[in-house]
Design a protein around this ligand. Structure first.
Ligand SMILES: Cc1ncc(COP(=O)(O)O)c(C=O)c1O
Length: 381
């Protein structure tokens, strides 16, 4: 049997590779983006209660009405936007699934999609699985801002969509209002669809504001906005997310969703409905900013260089120019095997494996995990 090659990515994803290597070498895992601390007990209790109380059968295809209403109310409070929970919100098994489903709803073979790189590694395979072509455009180092002239040059009559991500994985950069306005200028008078991956929307630091595509009235009309509960409630393993899009876009999205997973984990939907109305925990941006600050103060004691502190997300990019001139892939393997700290090479986020000698640390970890990792990294000096 020969299996068709549905996308150009080869081998296993770097996140799986580095986590396995970390385990094999008993290394501290700052590679994959997941917290190593417990979720709020209110949330775990709500999940158990939902299962015990018999909420264990299929939920409605778009998601529990109460959960969709709670999301709409939450966005109204936080962003001042009005969202119709019946016609504009669909609950999904995670954001990665929502991204794939949004692409599948709009792409036909031969379409092009602009991807700003470095990029989350599912985007390009998802585009290619739909017979479309990814057109990568590099963000500009060292702060990974968008060069709008490059995006303009990449647009062709075949451009069907642009996928954007703010706060950004892996760089921790965030978009400002003028980025959205420049995007609007470029797509006005075209049929280009926007996929706005906002999974880290609540993880912005230093009092900065996350600008959502939903706040940009003009762009919102042509956008799928994608979210993950995993990143907000530290439950990445639950794989729960949602898509917010105008009614016609939501209809197209549900046409695919109903034949992919059809519906999503019912007890988790009840638990998330409960927490959206009863969230008394310290806001996740405050928790995560403390972790970023702690990590930044520690990393100063090592020979790594931080060009730009993360403004959002779980991640900090660092340069190892003062330690080695190995390619970043080789460097991260060496660091895992010889020094017991696993990270991700930033070249893994580029389709052409562009190597700027940068690695990505995940700081969404317990203080003692970060302390122990840096204790090992100090020895590199
Ligand atoms: C930019 C980005 N989008 C999407 C996801 C995936 O979210 P989920 O776990 O809900 O599929 C991640 C997870 O790391 C991410 O970094």
């Amino acid at each position: 049997m020969t299996f068709p090659q549905k996308h150009s990515a080869t081998g296993t994803t770097i996140f799986t590779v580095m986590s396995a290597l970390a385990q094999e070498h008993n290394a501290i895992n700052l590679s994959q983006g997941f917290p190593d601390f417990h979720i709020d007990t209110e949330l775990s209790q709500a999940l158990g209660d939902a299962a015990k109380n018999g909420f264990n059968q299929y939920a409605p295809m778009p998601g529990l009405p109460a959960l969709r209403q709670a999301i709409a109310a939450n966005f109204n409070t936080r962003y001042g936007v009005t969202i119709d929970p019946d016609n504009e919100i669909t609950i999904t098994p995670g954001a990665t699934y929502a991204i794939y489903t949004a692409f599948t709803s709009i792409l036909t073979p031969g379409d092009e999609v602009i991807v700003l790189e470095p990029a989350y590694d599912s985007y390009i395979p998802n585009i290619e699985m739909n017979g479309a072509k990814a057109v990568p455009v590099s963000l500009s180092a060292p702060d990974f801002h968008v060069d709008w002239n490059r995006v303009k040059d990449a647009i062709t009559p075949r451009t069907k969509a642009i996928i954007i991500n703010t706060p950004h994985n892996p760089s921790g950069a965030i978009w400002n209002k003028s980025d959205w306005d420049q995007l609007a200028d470029l797509v006005r008078n075209t049929d280009i669809v926007i996929l706005s991956d906002e999974v880290y929307e609540q993880l912005v630091f230093d009092g900065a504001k996350h600008y959502s595509v939903l706040e940009h009235e003009e762009l919102r009309q042509r956008s799928f906005a994608l979210y993950s509960f995993g990143k907000v409630y530290n439950c990445t393993g639950w794989k729960m997310g949602y898509c917010i899009a105008p009614p016609a876009y939501t209809q197209a999205f549900r046409r695919i969703h109903q034949f992919l997973s059809f519906t999503v984990n019912t007890p988790a939907q009840y638990a998330l409905t409960h927490i959206l109305g009863n969230d008394t925990a310290t806001p996740v941006n405050i928790v995560m900013q403390q972790k970023r600050d702690h990590f930044l103060s520690l990393i100063k004691q090592t020979p790594f260089t931080i060009h730009t502190p993360a403004k959002g997300s779980y991640f900090q990019v660092a340069s190892y120019e003062r330690i080695s001139d190995m390619p970043d892939m080789e460097f991260t393997q060496w660091l895992t095997k010889e020094h017991g700290v696993a990270t991700i090479p930033v070249s893994a986020f580029y389709s052409n494996k562009k190597d700027d000698k940068l690695i990505r640390f995940c700081f969404a970890k317990k203080e003692e995990t970060l302390d122990a990792a840096v204790e090992r990294l100090i020895k590199l000096g």
